[in-house]
Design a protein around this ligand. Structure first.
Ligand SMILES: Nc1nc2c(c(=O)[nH]1)N[C@H]1C(S)=C(S)[C@@H](COP(=O)(O)O)O[C@H]1N2
Ligand SMILES: [Mo]
Length: 253
């Protein structure tokens, strides 16, 4: 089936959903068939989550870019959300300047690898000045420097069966992206902020920067990136920690 035909069918499904529960069921069936179901689709809000995610995926091009700002627009103050991890090995890594820290990238990849901070800094870097928006209502603009996640995925060779990238930090605020967002050119593994090393409060040694989604998707204090085909066995199976507290897995802006 051509993709324009399937898109039309899905949009028809979306309109039908406005008509009531029967329409929602029909839309959900079509969305599942075309890979447009987010992992947190269950429950009362499930049909709403599915429609939001499916409409984003159908109506916006997969690699449309988030707005980038000029140097003069960088915010004077960058608020912080979340504290540096207190348990586990994080404190030790921090104490020795992350010399012993490694970013593990494994799962459905041809060549699992772990990267030192120095290695990440040697790879071609990208700097982008983008806005980070927290669900709590504040936002700020900062310059983020790092390795595009797509470069790391090329280095490890993502296998065709992979459908999601899971981001595991040293605290419990894990999250995941579908591969369209993982391959997006503005999705960075960032180690620099406003020309300095990433400050501890903002997620040192590296964090995810995904400017097309809300702040909470931008996982700080990264330890491991896992490529997988289903999110069901991880945590409560909802794709990230956020849906366990009532937030959407997909937080596109
Ligand atoms: N590991 C981890 N990542 C995290 C958080 C956290 O508490 N732990 N907070 C999230 C939230 S809610 C937001 S808004 C942003 C805040 O990033 P900032 O502190 O650099 O502003 O990081 C996100 N990433
Ligand atoms: Mo947030």
């Amino acid at each position: 089936m051509s993709s324009s035909l399937s898109r039309r069918k899905l949009i028809t499904g979306g309109w039908a959903a406005a008509g009531g529960a029967a329409g929602l069921t029909a839309a959900a069936r079509l969305a599942r068939r075309y890979g447009l179901i987010p992992p947190d689709w269950r429950g009362i809000w499930g049909p709403g989550e599915t429609l939001t995610y499916a409409c984003q995926r159908i109506l916006t091009s997969e690699h449309s870019l988030a707005r980038e700002f000029s140097r003069g627009e960088i915010s004077q103050v960058a608020p912080v959300s979340g504290r540096p991890p207190e348990k586990g090995p994080y404190r030790q890594f921090l104490a020795d300047g992350f010399a012993a820290w490694r970013l593990m990238v494994d799962g459905l990849v041809a060549r699992p690898a772990s990267f030192t901070l120095a290695e990440l800094k040697r790879y071609p870097a990208r700097t982008q000045i983008t806005e980070q928006t927290c669900e709590a209502g504040w936002s700020f603009v900062a310059a983020w420097t790092g390795v595009p996640l797509s470069d790391l995925m090329d280095r490890v060779g993502v296998l065709p069966a992979a459908r999601y990238a899971v981001f595991l930090p040293f605290d419990d605020k894990w999250d995941s992206l579908d591969l369209a967002d993982a391959w997006h050119p503005q999705t960075l593994i960032a180690y620099g902020m406003n020309g300095q090393d990433l400050p501890v409060d903002h997620g040192a040694p590296v964090r995810l920067k995904i400017p097309r989604q809300l702040g909470y998707k931008n996982v700080k204090y990264l330890s491991r990136i896992l490529l997988i085909d289903t999110l069901r066995p991880i945590g409560k199976g909802l794709g990230s920690a956020a849906p366990e507290h009532g937030y959407s897995w997909y937080a596109g802006i």
